[in-house]
Design a protein around this ligand. Structure first.
Ligand code: KG4
Ligand code: ZN
Length: 351
C-alpha cells in the first residue's frame, strides 16, 4: 500500500523495529503489532562459523556496516516512507553490549530526526510476542523460551506482564546444543545438525535428565553436556567407534523429555489457555512434535511461530514494542544498552 492511498482514519501504528543483539542485523516495519510489512534479516553466521561461535567484536563491526542499508530496505519494502512511521523500536537487551549499541544509536538518531517516540524493547519479550504475529495470544498463557542464550518458562497473567517461574541454572538449551555439536565436530550453529541426526538415528545412548528439586521449574543442562563429553572421551580412549547419530538422539531425547514434562506441568498448574513456544530452538522438529502431542492430549493449543520468526528478527521486536506504544510508554533518548535487562521489569506495569 502506498502512503498516498492510506486512509488516515484507519491509520494503524507503524513501527520500524531494529534488532542487533547478537549476530543478526535486522529491521522490520510492523503495523499494529500484528501485520508484518517487511522483515529484513542479514545473518552474520558465515563470518562467525570459522570461529565456532559468535565473536562479539566482529558482530558489532558487521552491524555497523549493514544497519543503515537494512533499515532503508525495510522501510522501502513496507511501501511507506520514513515520515509515515509512528515510532522506532529497538532491542535494548539482553544481548552483546557492543552489538546492542549499534542498533540503539541508529534508533535514537532516527527517532530524533523524525521526532517520533523511541521504544527500548526486551529481546525475550520479542521472542514471546513473535506468536502475536501469527495468532491471537490468550491469557493466562505459558511461554517456553528456548534460545542460544535463554531457557525460561514464563507465566503471563495478562498482556505484557511476565512472571519467570523457571530458568536455566547453567547452560541455555541452544548453548548446550552448540557445545555438544562442537564435540561431535558438527558445524556452528549445531542445533539443526543434532536435530537432523537425531531424527535419522535408529538408536540412542542413555543419558541423564536433570529434574532438580521436587516441583522446581528450573532447568540445568551442563550435567547432560558433561555426560555427552564423557561418553565421547571414553569411546575415544577405548578406540571404540561412537556413532554421532546415537549420541545426538540420546541428547535430544533427554532435552525434550525435561522441557516437555516441565512445560506441561506448568500449563496445568497455572491454568494456561495456551502454550507458546519461542526462541531459536523452537525450530527443533523433535521438540515441536513432542510438544504438539502433549498439548493435543491435554487439550491446550500450542502456538509456534514459523521458523523465520523463531530465530532472531526485528518483526518480533515490533510486535513486543506495540504493547508499550499502545500505552504511551516511551523510552527516553538517553536510554542505554542493557545486556542484563530483566524481562519482569520490562513489563507494561512498570511503565
Ligand atoms: O533465538 P536465537 O536465534 O538466538 C538467540 O537469541 O540465542 O537462537 C539460536 C540458537 C542456537 O543455539 C542454535 O543452535 C539453536 O538456536 N537452534 C536449534 C535449532 N535451530 C536453531 N537448536 C536445536 N534444534 C534446531 N533445529
Ligand atoms: Zn534470540
Amino acid at each position: 500500500m502506498q502512503a498516498e492511498n492510506r486512509n488516515e482514519a484507519n491509520k494503524k501504528d507503524l513501527i520500524l523495529a531494529i534488532e542487533t543483539s547478537c549476530d543478526e542485523t535486522s529491521a522490520a516495519v510492523v503495523e499494529g503489532g500484528k501485520n508484518i510489512l517487511s522483515n529484513v534479516v542479514s545473518s552474520q553466521i558465515d563470518v562467525h562459523v570459522r570461529f565456532g561461535g559468535v565473536v562479539p567484536e566482529i558482530a558489532s563491526r558487521k552491524h555497523v556496516e549493514t544497519i543503515t542499508l537494512i533499515m532503508e530496505e525495510a522501510v522501502k519494502k513496507s511501501g511507506y516512507r520514513m515520515q509515515d512511521l509512528s515510532a522506532i523500536a529497538v532491542t535494548q537487551g539482553p544481548g552483546l553490549v557492543g552489538a546492542l549499541l549499534v542498533g540503539i544509536i541508529a534508533a535514537k538518531s532516527l527517532a530524533m530526526a523524525l521526532q517520533i517516540p523511541l521504544i527500548g524493547t526486551h529481546h525475550i519479550a520479542g521472542h514471546i510476542y513473535a506468536n502475536e504475529l501469527v495468532d491471537d495470544i490468550q491469557y493466562p498463557c505459558m511461554a517456553l523460551v528456548v534460545s542460544g542464550g535463554h531457557t525460561e518458562l514464563v507465566h503471563m497473567e495478562s498482556e505484557g506482564v511476565f512472571d519467570i517461574i523457571g530458568h536455566t541454572r547453567d547452560d541455555a538449551v541452544g548453548e548446550a546444543y552448540d557445545k555438544v555439536a562442537r564435540a561431535l565436530k558438527l558445524p556452528y550453529p549445531g542445533g539443526p545438525h543434532i536435530d537432523r541426526l537425531a531424527a535419522e538415528a535408529q538408536s540412542a545412548i542413555a543419558l541423564p535428565r536433570a529434574w532438580l528439586e521436587e516441583g522446581s521449574y528450573d532447568f540445568s543442562f551442563s550435567g547432560l553436556k558433561s555426560a555427552v563429553l564423557a561418553a565421547i572421551n571414553t569411546a575415544s580412549m577405548k578406540a571404540e567407534p561412537l556413532d554421532a547419530g546415537t549420541v545426538a538422539k540420546g541428547f535430544q531425547l533427554s532435552i525434550i523429555d525435561v522441557l516437555v514434562t516441565k512445560a506441561m506441568r506448568a500449563v496445568k498448574q497455572y491454568g494456561s489457555k495456551q502454550l507458546l513456544l519461542c526462541g531459536g530452538v523452537a525450530a527443533n522438529k523433535g521438540l515441536r512434535t513432542a510438544l504438539a502431542e502433549s498439548c493435543a492430549a491435554a487439550n491446550v493449543p500450542l502456538l509456534v511461530p514459523p521458523l523465520a520468526l523463531c530465530t532472531d528478527n526485528a518483526a518480533m521486536i515490533g510486535a513486543a514494542a506495540q504493547l508499550k506504544l499502545a500505552r504511551g510508554q516511551y523510552t527516553s533518548l538517553d536510554m542505554k544498552a542493557e545486556p542484563g535487562l530483566s524481562l519482569e521489569e520490562w513489563s507494561v506495569m512498570q511503565g
